[in-house]
Design a binder for this molecule. Structure first.
Ligand code: GUN
Ligand code: ZN
Length: 446
């Protein structure tokens, strides 16, 4: 049976950074018709209701129906160490991250955290993520199995490290290649899952390991390749010492076949002019991780990159300090303010949906409300707390009404989430309409 969702709609007809704000579209009293996991129609709610009398109607009133958020760079294994105090990148990795990632040698622990992580993000309106796993192949199985159970489109890969990591977290060039290839063959293209070739970053991979993963990527060029680039000055100096022949950080990847369309570089804060030019020429994407960049003390990302590169937005869980893409949009706004730029609410919303989807080369499937797109939908309450409600009440247009939710909203702002055309409640056998046919908000919270 088709579902008809009623509410306000937000969608995009283009990139508001390059094409102007008029590409951001809003409709009050809109409707979305969903069937077989996709959006079948988008338009005026009353008209769709008349045209499809057989559809099951869920009326969300004044809530905003948006594409689900797409978090373009996360480490699901760092769920339990989010908000760990007092360290900068290299110390933070050694003190908190590596000991926690070692626990993923236990497949039961990996399964526990993978499920917990996806439930945390779904409750915040995030319907797709691009995640690092740990070096353990079972940690990749865990996140893909958890995504499969929830019907989510998820991108993930085995993190590869063959140096500068503890003994129990090191693979080799050959085992990284073999394990990654086996996982890729097991999972890539199954249901809504995509394998991502994942060297952690240049300091923890020998040139030999980077080359092996470059060779794998040449065999499977439709896979994404994700890694970290130019996050902190001390890290960049370390890369220079480890790769004395490289002109810059990017060249450590480029020299081994790890730069091209489908390469997704997290952070990319302290770039040289050559690196910026090469990234654009090569068709690579970068991902802005603003809560992480402030929390770990990395620096202020340059939004000017949106002019030449696909830019995604991400929490970088657990270097980032929040699972929420609302909080992440707020941090992106604050970081841009510190660099003298005021990002418009439409630009922030676009980054968290279409922008991230494009950075992951998935913009024809997720990240927007358009006919034919997969039906991943976040239902946003624009008056979720008294503080937000009183600010939104003064708004003259959608953008003013939305901005208080961007800046102050949390999981309470997410009234419902649809994944692949179903609510989590429906997936578990219950539809959120109660016996009287009234939508029971929050009764089936994820
Ligand atoms: N650089 C290499 N590994 C990591 C990681 O896990 N988190 C962050 N923020 N940066 C990294
Ligand atoms: Zn990261």
């Amino acid at each position: 049976m088709a579902d008809l969702l009623l509410g306000q709609l937000i969608w995009f007809e283009g990139d508001p950074f390059r094409e102007g704000l008029s590409v951001a579209r809003h409709m009050t009293h809109g409707g979305l018709l969903l069937d077989a996991g996709r959006i079948l129609a988008r338009g005026d709610g009353a008209t769709l209701r008349m045209a499809h009398p057989g559809a099951r109607v869920t009326d969300y009133g004044d809530c905003l129906l948006s594409a689900g958020f797409v978090d373009a760079h996360v480490h699901y294994p760092q769920t339990a160490i989010i908000a760990s105090w007092g360290k900068r990148l290299i110390d933070w990795l050694n003190t908190y991250t590596f000991p926690e990632e070692a626990r993923f040698a236990d497949p039961d622990y990996a399964a526990l955290i993978a499920g917990r992580y996806l439930d945390l993000v779904l409750a915040r309106g995030t319907t797709s993520v691009c995640s690092y796993a740990t070096i353990h192949p079972a940690s990749v199985d865990a996140i893909f199995q958890a995504a499969q159970a929830r019907g989510m489109r998820v991108f993930a890969g085995k993190t590869c490290m063959d140096r500068n990591a503890p003994d129990n977290l090191r693979d080799t060039a050959q085992s990284a290649y073999d394990d990654s290839k086996a996982l890729l063959k097991r999972w890539h293209g199954v249901d809504r899952l995509s394998y991502v070739i994942t060297p952690r970053f240049a300091p923890t991979s020998t040139p030999g390991q980077l080359a092996a993963l470059g060779a794998l990527w040449r065999e499977y060029p439709d896979c994404l390749m994700q890694t970290h680039l130019s996050e902190q000055p001390a890290e960049i100096a370390w890369v220079q010492a480890l790769f004395p022949q490289s002109r810059d950080y990017l060249e450590t990847y480029e020299a081994q076949g790890l730069l091209g369309p489908g390469a997704v570089f997290g952070h990319a804060i302290h770039l040289t002019a050559r690196e910026r030019a090469r990234l654009a020429e090569a068709g690579a994407s970068v991902v802005h991780c603003p809560t992480s960049n402030t929390f770990i003390g990395s620096g202020l990302f340059d939004m000017g990159l949106t002019a030449t590169l696909p830019v995604g937005l991400a929490t970088d869980t657990g270097g980032g300090s929040s699972f929420s893409m609302l909080r992440t949009m707020a941090a992106a706004y604050e970081v841009a303010q510190l660099r003298g730029q005021s990002l418009h609410p439409a630009q922030l919303w676009w980054l968290a949906t279409c922008g991230s989807a494009r950075a992951l080369r998935a913009e024809s499937q997720i990240g927007n409300l358009a006919v034919g797109m997969e039906a991943d939908i976040a239902v946003i309450d624009l008056a979720s707390t008294p503080a937000i409600a009183q600010a939104a009440a003064r708004a003259d247009d959608l953008w003013q009404a939305l901005f208080p939710t961007i800046m102050m909203g949390d999981d309470r702002a997410v009234r419902d989430v649809w994944v692949g055309g179903q609510t989590a409640a429906a997936r578990s056998g219950k539809h959120p309409l109660n016996a009287a046919g009234v939508f029971s908000m929050k009764a089936d919270r994820l």
